[in-house]
Design a protein around this ligand. Structure first.
Ligand SMILES: OC[C@H]1O[C@H](O[C@H]2O[C@H](CO)[C@@H](O)[C@H](O)[C@H]2O)[C@H](O)[C@@H](O)[C@@H]1O
Ligand code: CA
Length: 731
């Protein structure tokens, strides 16, 4: 742990007020609507006098705000021809009210293409003291106005000078700016005094005990004492701090279902800048958003890709360090750091993350040491989690998702298992809640349900919760996803030991790892993947059922993970592009699976969120990278364009929305997903402030993969069909 002094909060580094006193029209909200721009407060010496808008309307040169002094004063009539970007003088509350009354006709506090208002509202220009009016037209500008006014109000502003540029900003620039300057900060957490109130919140906690709770590994005495002290300083929080036992069993994890809590993560020793005393500070990480307010496994890898594009290496590094802590203290990279996830992991990406963070921090002190720690953790994880019982299938040599656990996963939505459990509750003549309790406590035995939940937990470990691909069989499937990722671990570990550590990596128990053994493991797995998972006739990979001893026939977009990991031959890659890709390519990018594989949907067989017609950011990202790796740049760019177009269009037409997943077959309202727990990120009033972690990342990362021409077309919301038709005329 390093010793640093506590620095300012992440958000405060983003000031955009220039030295000339003018304000950048694209500053972050806290600056744009902060005290510096508040022309209703007039500073005389150390005194601040508050002014009302009516005073400002008859402004004299002495009360002109600094940033307005740079705008030449004109006669009112000159507003119309002015080349200077227009600014509006806006009374926040009354404009907000008028805007919502006339434009939010369905009353959901968002202005979208579904609202039936006049789609025009007049604002007075600042140059004319509000006398000259200009029309703000169309859903996009009006919804941007709603977003800006909502923010201004939250920052306590009664009146503002608003740049027209902020309302008409190119949507690609606006969304990527918001992700870079606002969404990442809104999603950043650390488990320490600075954010206890926020990180302790768990919308998934359905137990009676709603007290926030932190569980600390038994070796982390300093952390335990730190949290106890911080809890004492905040009695209103009623924060409970508890040690975990040395050995974590499925029984123990189940026993925490009635008192769920956060699992402690990595901390630094720092000096408190106010008291000068040594203290602890949580290493930062980024949460997915919505109901997912904790550090996730594979979400974090995807998020880190976006963070690195946006220059937030500190956060990507924090994620990596927290992963290492999890492997050391919880034995695995957790599904997420809440008590009910203690037995469960998620798709593994540690080696790739470590290499990417190393590339970005190569000249930093400690970078090589962090790389070494990461690879030691990856080796431990590989052996203890993925290549041990019950996840390793000894017979095939392949691995499956197969976590331990007892009973019904408590973090799911209340209604999630009702359909499944009702017949059992009726059979035992128990109300459903009582049946669940008795089943979890082992009072009522139902072996059929035990089997169901083995697979259900495995589905959740796979990250693909839920899909008909994996239901009732996941723990029996050696998936192409997991085995591709493990192949990547083997290749990365071999290469890194050879090139970075002189072909000798000494682990904490004194054993020595060399590249040759890892090269052999990689070669072996590639052969096994070819033998068990590759289907030569269909030209794609399928999961292998280790019990039925045959391939599954469900067509899944995870087939492209083999390209991401590099375990497909050039010939196999060509088949994947020619034979598989057309099955998954939809209007908005890659679909998780094919419609044929999903099968018919109805009241008794509801939609699953990881099936057709839904598309997810990680599926897109891995396929893009895989295609590029094998030289299929054009296909990759087309898929990127489709995905980014869909996100941009929903952002423009639906009040700045960015959600967890999309229906890639719906050109108009792809954010509308009516499966399982709905769509995280859609439930906001006025303004969306965090987007959704891996979608934010896919946007930022995707933009690095397309040409500037494509980016311009995207900014103009040119549909993929039109864009590629226009391109082909030049070929
Ligand atoms: O609460 C239900 C399930 O929620 C998580 O799964 C979904 O969200 C995760 C966070 O964005 C994501 O990693 C996963 O792929 C999604 O399906 C959680 O991971 C599950 O364990 C949980 O049961
Ligand atoms: Ca509306």
């Amino acid at each position: 742990m390093s010793s640093k002094s506590v620095s300012a909060t992440a958000g405060s580094r983003q000031s955009s007020a220039s030295s000339t006193g003018s304000i950048d029209p694209f500053s972050v909200a806290q600056v744009y609507y902060g005290p510096e721009t508040d022309f209703t407060t007039h500073r005389i010496g150390n005194l601040i006098r508050t002014r009302t808008l009516s005073t400002v309307q008859t402004r004299s040169s002495t009360n002109t705000p600094d940033f307005m002094k740079s705008v030449p004063r004109r006669r009112a009539s000159q507003d119309a021809q002015s080349l200077t970007p227009r600014k509006f003088l806006v009374d926040v509350n009354s404009t907000l009210q008028t805007l919502l009354e006339s434009e939010d006709t369905d009353g959901n506090m968002q202005i979208t293409i579904e609202d039936l208002g006049p789609k025009v509202l007049q604002l007075g220009t600042a140059n004319s003291n509000g006398f000259n009016k200009f029309d703000i037209r169309g859903t996009y500008m009006l919804s941007n106005l709603l977003q800006e006014l909502t923010l201004a109000k939250e920052y306590g502003r009664k009146s503002i000078i608003l740049d027209e540029q902020r309302l008409s900003e190119n949507p690609v620039s606006r969304l990527s700016r918001l992700i870079r300057t606002q969404f990442w900060d809104s999603l950043t957490r650390r488990i320490d005094a600075s954010l206890l109130e926020i990180i302790a919140v768990d919308p998934k906690n359905r137990s009676k005990d709603q007290s926030p709770r932190i569980y600390v590994p038994p070796s982390q005495k300093e952390q335990y004492e730190y949290y106890v002290q911080e809890a004492a300083k905040r009695p209103h929080l009623n924060l409970q701090v508890e040690y975990l036992p040395e050995s974590i069993t499925a029984e123990f994890v189940k026993s925490l279902n009635n008192k769920p809590g956060l699992l402690a993560l990595a901390m630094d020793h720092v000096v408190d800048e106010f008291t000068g005393q040594p203290t602890l500070r949580g290493k930062p990480f980024v949460v997915p958003g919505g109901r997912f307010n904790e550090l996730y496994g594979w979400d974090s890898y995807m998020i880190a890709l976006g963070l690195m594009v946006d220059g937030r290496i500190d956060l990507a590094k924090g994620i990596l360090e927290n992963f290492i802590f999890e492997v050391k203290h919880y034995g695995k990279i957790l599904n997420a750091n809440r008590s009910y996830y203690l037995c469960r992991s998620q798709p593994p990406f540690l080696t790739d993350l470590a290499l990417k963070v190393y590339e970005k921090t190569i000249y930093d002190p400690g970078a090589l040491e962090l790389l070494k720690e990461s690879f030691k953790a990856a080796i431990m994880e590989y052996k203890q989690v993925w290549m041990s019982a019950p996840r390793l299938d000894q017979e095939s040599g392949l691995s499956c998702y197969h976590p331990d656990g007892i009973g019904i996963p408590p973090e799911t939505e209340a209604s999630h298992f009702v359909h499944l459990l009702m017949p059992f509750a009726e059979k035992h003549e128990l109300p459903i809640e009582e049946f669940q309790k008795q089943y979890n406590d082992g009072i009522v035995k139902e072996p059929a349900l035990d089997g169901y939940f083995v697979h259900d937990r495995a589905v959740r470990e796979s990250g693909h919760d839920t899909t008909y691909r994996l239901e009732k069989r996941c723990a029996n499937l050696a998936t192409i996803d997991l085995n591709s990722l493990l192949y990547k671990y083997e290749v990365d570990i071999a290469h890194t030991i050879r090139t970075m550590f002189g072909d000798k990596l000494v682990l904490d128990d004194g054993s020595v790892e060399t590249s040759a053994a890892w090269d052999r493991r990689a070669r072996r797995r590639r052969n096994l993947i070819d033998q068990y998972l590759w289907d030569e006739e269909k030209g794609m990979y399928f999961d292998y059922d280790i019990v039925q001893k045959k391939k599954s026939n469900y067509e899944s977009a995870t087939t492209f993970w083999a390209m991401w990991a590099g375990c497909a031959s050039p010939k196999q890659a060509a088949r994947l592009v020619s034979d598989a890709l057309p099955k998954f390519e939809e209007f908005g990018g890659l679909c998780s699976g094919t419609e044929k594989s999903r099968g018919p949907i109805g009241l008794d067989r509801p939609n699953r969120q990881w099936d057709y017609p839904y598309g997810w950011a990680p599926q897109q990202i891995l396929a893009w990278v895989g295609l590029i790796r094998y030289g299929y740049e054009e296909d990759a760019e087309r898929l990127v364009y489709r995905w980014l177009y869909m996100i941009t269009k929903a952002f423009v037409d639906y009040n700045g929305i960015v959600v967890e997943k999309y229906d890639v077959t719906r050109p108009v309202d792809p954010h509308r997903v009516d499966a399982e727990y709905g769509n995280q990120g859609s439930d906001f009033k006025g303004v969306a402030k965090e987007g959704f972690g891996w979608v934010n990342a896919s946007y930022t990362f995707g933009l690095t993969l397309i040409t500037s021409h494509a980016r311009r077309a995207l900014g103009a919301c040119t549909p993929p069909g039109l864009f590629y038709a226009s391109q082909s005329t030049y070929v």
